[in-house]
Design a protein around this ligand. Structure first.
Ligand SMILES: Nc1nc2c(ncn2[C@@H]2O[C@H](COP(=O)(O)O)[C@@H](O)[C@H]2O)c(=O)[nH]1
Ligand SMILES: [Zn+2]
Length: 861
C-alpha cells in the first residue's frame, strides 16, 4: 500500500488494500465491533457481523462484498433504471455516506443521514432496498422485508417488494432472493396483513408462540425466526402504503425493544413520504411510457390502412410485445361489416352463402375462414385473428385453422364479452365455472390467465373482442395491463374503422371508374356520325364557307342553320383558327370531340348546344378582330375556344342556387360555382374518352397550360365571379397604362372575354335577341315552376312566370347591371369590339320601349 508524498495514505489506497486483503478487513471490522455510537447504539457491529460471520441460513455467505467495508450493502451498484437515469440527469447524485462516517454519528445524526439518503431516491426498488438496509442499521435487525399496498380501493392487498433482505445483499441479490413470483397477502391475513388492516405495530417476541406466524418459510429456508417487529408505512394522509417487517434482533436476546420500536417508527414516517414520491414518479414514468406506446400505436395504425387484416395484426403484435403475454386474439363481429354501406352487403351475402371451410382454396379466404356460425348469446364472429408468441408473429396475417378457431371459441370468453361488454381479467382460470378451459389439442396450449375486453366502434357499438392469454412468467394481468389493453382495443376499433373507410373509398373509386367507363362509352359520339362528319369535311364543297354563314360577324344568327350545319360550323371555327395544323389534331379526333360535346348538351330550352356554339362563335370573332389577340399564344386561343364550346356542358336548365336548394349531389360536391365546376369536369370526362382528346399532341407544358386556362375560363362564366372581378378589370382598362401581356391582367381579360361571349346574345340583331331572350326566360320560368310547385317557394322575379309581363323591364335591368358596363369599357378600349356595345345599346332601347308599352311576350313552351 503506497503512501502519498506527505506520508499519508489516500482513501482509495486504503480501499484497494482492503479489497485485496479481505482477512485483514475482517479482522479490522471485528475490532470495530466493540465500537459504540455516542448514544450507545451499536453501528458497525451489525455490518461486521453480517459481512464476515458465517451465519446459519445466510444465503449470501459466499458472496464477496463489493468493498471490504461492505459499502455495497448500503449503496449497491446496479444498472441504473430509466427513472434513476432521469433522476441523475436532473440532479447531481448525492454523495454516499461511508460506513466509516456513519459509525461516528450519534443517533439523531445517523437518523438524519439515513433519511437524507432516501429523500431523493425515486427508483422504487433502490428505495425499498435502502429502507430495509437502513432499518437494519437502526434496529440491528437480522432480516428485513417490505410489502407494498396494491389493488383497487375495494380490493387492497400487500405485495412483497423485497423479501428477507439481509444487510450484505445488493439490490440484485435482494431481488433474486425475493424471486419473480410476487407474494400477495390479503389485508387482514397473517402478521403483515393484520398490520396493514389495523395500522397497529406488532412486536412479537417469540414468533412460534404467535398463531399468526407462518412457519413454512422457516421450514423451507432453514432459518429460525425468533422475533418479529412489523409496522405500517403511511402516507402524509395516513393511508397505508406498505408494511415493513424486521426479524431477529442481532444482539441480545433477539427481542426488539421499545427503543427499537421508536427508532423504527420515526424512520418509517420519512419512508412513507419517500415511497409516496417514488410511487408518483413511477406512475409518471409509466404514464410517459404508455403515452409513447400509444403514440407509436397511433402512428402504426395510420401508416397501415390498406387492409383491416394488416392493421389488426399490427396492433395485436404490439399488444403482445408490450403486455408480455403468450397469445393475443381478436374476434370481429358480423356487425362490423354491416355498418359499412350496402357495398359490403352483397359481399356479406356472398360470404354467407359460401361454406368456406369446405372449400380448399389456394389463397386463404379473407373472411370467415372456417368459423362455425354461432348464435349463442346472439354473437356471430365473422373473422378471428390469432397470434401466438414466437409462432407466427412475423409471418404476417394468417387465418387460424378451423380447430384453433373452435378451441378459441370453446372457452366462451369472447362470446361472453361480445354479448355483455364486460371486461374480463381472469387471474385463476381454474376457478371460473362460467367458462370452459381445455387444452388446445393441436399445440397443448393451456389458458392460465386471460384478459378479454370489447372493441367498440365510434358509435360505442361492440364490433369485436380482444383477448390476451397467459402473461409471461406466470404473472397475472394487473390494472395497468387492463388500462393499456383497453387503449389497444380503442386503437383497434379506430384502426378498423379507419381502414374500413379507406377500403370503402377504394371500392367506391373503383365503382366510379367503372361507371365513368360506361358513361364515357355512351356519352361520346357514335363512330357512324364521326365518319359522316369526316366525309363532309373532306368534301370541302359541302362545308359552308365561314364567311358565307357569317362566322366572322358578331351578328351571326344560328336560327337559320340546321343541327348538322351547327356541327360543321363548330368544326369550321377550330379549322379557321388553324389549331388543327398547329397542334396536329387529327381530323377524326376533332370531329369526334365536337360531336361528343354536342351530345353532352341536354335538350334544355336555353343552355343547350346552340348556346355553346354561339358563345364559341363570338369568341372566335373577338379573337379574330381584337388587337389584343396577338398577345395570346396559340395554346391560350385553343384553350379559350375549347372552353367556350364546353362552358355549359350537361346544363340541366337550373342554376347554382337551385342545386344547393334541392341539395343535389352536385350541390353537395361543389358549394360555389357548382354548375361551372361540373361543366369543367364534364369537359375533362369527354376529353379523357377514347379518341376525343383534342389536346393529345400538346407538349406536357402546353397541356398543363391549356388545362389550366380551360378550367379558369369555364369557372369564370359564373356571374358571381364576374361581379367580383369586373371592377378591377374596368379600372385597369380605363387606367390606360395596363400591360395586358402580364399574366395577371391577361387572365382577367380572358375571364371578361368569356362573360362577354356568354351573354353576347344581348348584342345580336333585335330579332335574334328577342328569340334568345324568350328561350332564356322560358328556361328560367321552368325552374321557377319547380320551385313553386315542388319546393313550395316563391321564385325570384326573373324566374317567376307570374312576372312574365315584366320581361322587357327585367331585360333592361340585365343589360344595365351585367352587359352594358362590360361592353362599354371593352368598346372604348378596343374599338373593334364596338359592334358588341352597339348591339347591346340598340337592344336596350328596344326592351326599354317594350317595357313602356307593356307588350306581352309569347314564350315558347
Ligand atoms: N336575365 C337574363 N339573363 C341572361 C340573359 N342571357 C344570359 N343570361 C344569364 O347570364 C348568365 C350566363 O351564364 P351561363 O354560363 O349560364 O350561360 C346566366 O345566368 C344566364 O341565364 C338574358 O337575356 N336575360
Ligand atoms: Zn352560357
Amino acid at each position: 500500500m503506497a503512501a502519498g508524498e506527505d506520508g499519508a495514505l489516500s482513501r482509495e489506497a486504503v480501499l484497494d488494500y482492503l479489497d485485496s486483503h479481505p482477512e485483514f478487513a475482517g479482522e479490522y471490522v471485528s475490532r470495530a465491533r466493540a465500537t459504540q455510537g455516542r448514544d450507545g447504539v451499536p453501528i458497525v457491529n451489525w455490518q461486521a457481523q453480517q459481512l464476515f460471520s458465517r451465519r446459519r441460513g445466510s444465503r449470501h455467505f459466499d458472496q464477496h462484498p463489493e468493498t471490504a467495508l461492505g459499502v455495497s450493502t448500503f449503496f449497491p451498484r446496479r444498472p441504473l433504471s430509466p427513472a434513476r437515469r432521469y433522476n441523475l440527469r436532473k440532479r447531481s447524485p448525492r454523495k454516499q455516506p461511508s460506513l466509516e462516517k456513519l459509525s461516528k454519528l450519534n443517533e439523531l445524526d445517523l437518523m438524519l443521514e439515513l433519511i437524507r439518503d432516501i429523500a431523493n431516491e425515486l427508483d422504487m426498488t433502490n428505495l425499498c432496498h435502502k429502507i430495509l438496509t437502513h432499518v437494519g442499521i437502526l434496529t440491528n435487525a437480522d432480516r428485513c422485508s417490505l410489502f407494498l399496498v396494491k389493488g383497487s380501493r375495494d380490493n387492497k392487498f400487500l405485495v412483497s417488494r423485497l423479501f428477507d433482505v439481509t444487510p450484505d445483499s445488493s439490490v440484485e441479490q435482494a431481488m433474486n432472493a425475493t424471486g419473480s413470483h410476487e407474494i400477495r397477502v390479503p389485508f387482514g391475513c397473517g402478521i403483515v396483513g393484520h398490520v396493514a388492516k389495523t395500522k397497529e405495530t406488532v412486536n412479537i417476541r417469540n414468533a412460534y408462540e404467535d398463531p399468526r406466524f407462518n412457519r413454512t418459510v422457516d421450514q423451507r429456508t432453514g432459518y429460525h425466526t425468533h422475533s418479529i417487529l412489523a409496522m405500517p408505512i403511511c402516507s402524509a394522509d395516513d393511508e397505508v402504503l406498505g408494511v415493513a417487517q424486521i426479524i431477529n434482533k442481532a444482539t441480545g436476546g433477539h427481542e426488539f425493544t421499545d427503543k427499537d420500536e421508536e427508532v423504527f417508527r420515526n424512520y418509517l414516517t420519512f419512508c412513507g413520504i419517500s415511497i409516496a414520491n417514488a410511487q408518483m414518479f413511477e406512475m409518471s414514468i409509466t404514464e410517459y411510457k404508455r403515452n409513447q406506446i400509444l403514440l407509436q400505436l397511433a402512428r402504426n395504425i395510420f401508416e397501415e390502412q390498406t387492409s383491416v387484416d394488416k392493421v389488426v395484426h399490427k396492433i395485436m403484435k404490439d399488444a403482445q410485445d408490450l403486455l408480455k403475454c403468450e397469445r393475443c386474439s381478436v374476434f370481429l363481429t358480423e356487425d362490423l361489416h354491416e355498418q359499412f354501406s350496402l357495398l359490403f352487403e352483397s359481399q356479406r351475402r356472398r360470404r354467407q352463402s359460401l361454406d368456406l371451410s369446405a372449400h380448399p382454396s389456394t389463397e386463404p379466404p379473407r373472411l370467415s375462414a372456417g368459423i362455425p356460425k354461432t348464435s349463442a348469446q346472439g354473437v356471430d364472429f365473422s373473422k378471428i385473428f390469432d397470434l401466438v408468441s414466437g409462432n407466427d408473429a412475423d409471418k404476417g396475417v394468417q387465418s387460424p385453422s378451423a380447430s384453433t378457431v373452435a378451441w378459441l371459441l370453446e372457452s366462451g370468453l369472447a362470446k361472453h364479452v361480445a354479448s355483455t361488454g364486460e371486461v374480463l381479467n381472469l387471474q385463476n382460470t381454474g376457478e371460473d365455472s362460467r367458462f370452459q378451459f381445455t387444452e388446445e389439442a393441436e399445440t397443448g396450449f393451456r389458458i392460465k390467465s386471460a384478459l378479454c375486453l370489447p372493441i367498440y366502434n365510434r358509435e360505442r357499438k361492440i364490433i369485436g373482442v380482444a383477448q390476451l392469454l397467459n402473461k409471461h412468467n406466470n404473472e397475472l394481468f394487473d390494472e395497468n395491463d387492463e388500462g393499456m389493453f383497453e387503449a389497444f382495443a380503442i386503437f383497434c376499433g379506430l384502426g378498423i374503422h379507419h381502414t374500413q373507410m379507406y377500403e370503402n373509398v377504394c371500392r367506391l373509386m373503383s365503382k366510379q371508374k367503372v361507371a365513368l367507363e360506361v358513361l364515357s362509352y355512351h356519352a361520346t359520339a357514335r363512330e357512324e356520325d364521326v365518319g359522316k362528319l369526316l366525309s363532309t369535311i373532306s368534301q370541302t364543297a359541302q362545308m359552308p364557307a365561314a364567311t358565307k354563314i357569317g362566322l366572322y360577324d358578331f351578328r351571326f344568327n344560328d336560327f337559320v342553320m340546321s343541327e348538322d350545319e351547327t356541327i360543321q360550323g363548330a368544326v369550321r371555327l377550330f379549322l379557321e383558327c388553324d389549331l388543327v395544323n398547329k397542334f396536329r389534331v387529327p381530323y377524326d379526333v376533332l370531329c369526334r370531340w365536337v360531336l361528343s360535346v354536342k351530345k353532352n348538351y341536354r335538350p334544355v330550352t336555353y343552355h343547350n348546344w346552340r348556346h355553346a356554339f354561339n358563345v364559341t362563335q363570338t369568341m372566335f370573332v373577338i379573337l379574330k378582330t381584337a388587337p389584343f389577340s396577338s398577345m395570346f399564344s396559340d395554346v391560350e386561343i385553343f384553350a379559350m375556344m375549347t372552353a367556350s364550346l364546353c362552358h355549359d356542358l350537361d346544363h340541366r336548365g337550373t342554376n347554382n342556387a337551385f342545386q344547393s336548394k334541392i341539395e343535389s349531389p352536385l350541390g353537395r360536391l361543389y358549394s360555389t360555382s357548382t354548375m361551372e365546376h361540373h361543366h369543367f369536369d364534364h369537359s375533362i370526362m369527354i376529353m379523357n374518352s377514347e379518341g376525343n382528346n383534342i389536346f393529345q399532341s400538346l407538349s406536357d407544358e402546353d397541356y398543363r397550360q391549356a388545362m389550366s386556362i380551360l378550367e379558369d375560363s369555364i369557372l369564370s362564366t359564373d356571374l358571381a365571379l364576374y361581379f367580383k372581378k369586373r371592377g378591377s378589370f374596368i379600372s385597369r382598362a380605363q387606367g390606360g397604362a395596363t400591360d395586358w401581356t402580364v399574366e395577371d391582367n391577361k387572365s382577367l381579360l380572358r375571364a371578361m372575354m368569356m362573360t362577354a361571349c356568354d351573354v353576347s346574345a344581348i348584342c345580336k340583331p333585335w330579332e335574334v335577341q328577342k328569340k334568345v331572350a324568350e328561350l332564356v326566360y322560358s328556361e328560367f320560368f321552368q325552374q321557377g315552376d319547380i320551385e313553386r310547385t315542388k319546393l313550395h317557394q316563391k321564385p325570384i322575379d326573373i324566374m317567376d312566370r307570374e312576372k312574365k309581363d315584366e320581361l322587357p323591364k327585367m331585360q333592361v335591368g340585365f343589360i344595365d347591371s351585367i352587359c352594358m358596363p362590360l361592353y362599354k369599357v371593352m368598346a372604348e378600349k378596343w374599338p373593334s369590339l364596338h359592334p358588341l356595345y352597339e348591339g347591346c345599346r340598340t337592344n336596350r332601347d328596344h326592351w326599354q320601349a317594350l317595357s313602356q308599352q307593356k307588350t306581352t311576350i309569347v314564350l315558347p313552351d
